[in-house]
Design a protein around this ligand. Sequence first.
Ligand SMILES: [Fe+2]
Length: 149
Amino acid sequence: MSPIIKWTDQFKLGIEEMDDQHFELITRINRLIIAHDNDENRDSIESLLTFLKSYVVEHFGAEEHLQRQYHYAGYEEHRKEHFEFVKLVAEFEHAFKKTADCSVNGDCKDLLYKINEKLVDWLSKHIDQSDRLVAEHIKKVLTPISKHG
Ligand SMILES: [Fe+2]
């Protein structure tokens, strides 16, 4: 089974900025597997990994900014989760540099599939649980209070 993740409504939280960035994040995670399956060279896969890492940092920064803007109470805790993910991506980037063989069945493949599984797993849970709470909070703040209760 292909580990490519399909973007579905289950990822949508109803806050456009978050949804757009989550879509981009998933696209970049998928690109790693696609590049490997297309037998691209290790430099291009490594740059995709670096590209992914920089996007993760950028996206988390934007999301944390939203949380501060809307005075989200779970901010510190959420930030710690982000930090863990950045660490994970950096560890994978490091491990990738140590792989010897990036041909179709080389050790790169095992690592990339493992990276994919871990990142997808983490991200799906994080979006579904932690980010959903943030989105619900923002929506609540943005909803005008009804005069009729
Ligand atoms: Fe988040």
